[in-house]
Design a protein around this ligand. Structure first.
Ligand code: SAM
Length: 216
């Protein structure tokens, strides 16, 4: 089923060159974003902006989900690690692209968000998504290595455990920085890492052992 309210947004993102891969367009048209936002914000679900999901966190804007999916160059059957589940929306979009033969492992540090996201993902039938509650800056070793890794919160740099858990020829996409953040694409070629900056972004902080350290 196509979400009709998403059609003009996807058309615009295609016209503006953010979406080039039809699989990304199809996934965005399939996932009901309103299910991932708090009830009182459902009227805003099909506006291309981040929205509050509680606990000081946000669901990313639609164009940012598109940009990150494009940069990851996702293929059917990929095993993908997401750090920062938040609402679970981005994980659902990636799950659509990698399909039933692929898998999305997503980690969230805030237990209530992890629980909520897992419930929505189960309700919508995303059996190829596993939600883990914990510190994603350490990755998730039991299911490593991953074809693709992405982080949806900005840290001081790319956490080393994530580079280690990325397959050879794998790609990782992550925002890096504090006040000024850049979206970084890393390609792993043997012992070599090829790093590209694809533009300035604004994300919530990546908090954890290999991220920012905050008092709680
Ligand atoms: N992908 C999300 C979505 O579709 O709703 C957007 C996520 S939000 C911008 C970033 C999330 O990263 C927040 O929920 C935050 O709690 C989480 N986060 C921050 N540091 C983390 C860490 N070390 N491990 C796991 N999650 C973390």
């Amino acid at each position: 089923m196509v979400i009709s309210k998403m059609i003009p947004i996807v058309e615009r993102l295609m016209n503006e060159g953010y979406i080039k891969n039809n699989k990304v367009a199809e996934a965005l048209l399939k996932v009901p974003r309103e299910k991932f936002v708090p009830k009182e914000l459902r009227d805003y679900a099909y506006i291309d902006t981040p929205l509050n999901i509680g606990y000081g966190q946000t669901i990313s804007a639609i164009h940012m989900v598109a940009i990150m999916c494009e940069a990851l160059d996702l293929k059917e059957g990929h095993k993908v690690l997401e750090v920062g589940t938040g609402s679970g929306y981005h994980a659902a979009v990636v799950a659509e692209i990698v399909g039933k033969n692929g898998q999305v492992v997503t980690i969230e540090r805030i237990p209530k968000l992890a629980e909520k996201a897992e419930n929505v993902l189960r309700e919508l039938g995303y059996d190829n998504v596993i939600v883990i509650c914990g510190d994603g800056t350490l990755g998730y070793e039991p299911l490593a290595p991953y074809d693709r890794i992405y982080i949806t919160a900005a840290g001081p740099d790319i956490p080393k455990p994530l580079i280690e858990q990325l397959k050879d020829n794998g790609k990782l996409v992550a925002p890096v920085g504090q006040y000024i953040q850049n979206l970084i694409v890393v390609e792993k070629k043997g012992k070599k890492l090829i790093r590209r900056n694809i533009g300035e972004v604004a994300f919530v902080p990546l908090v954890g052992e290999e991220g920012w350290h905050i008092e709680e």
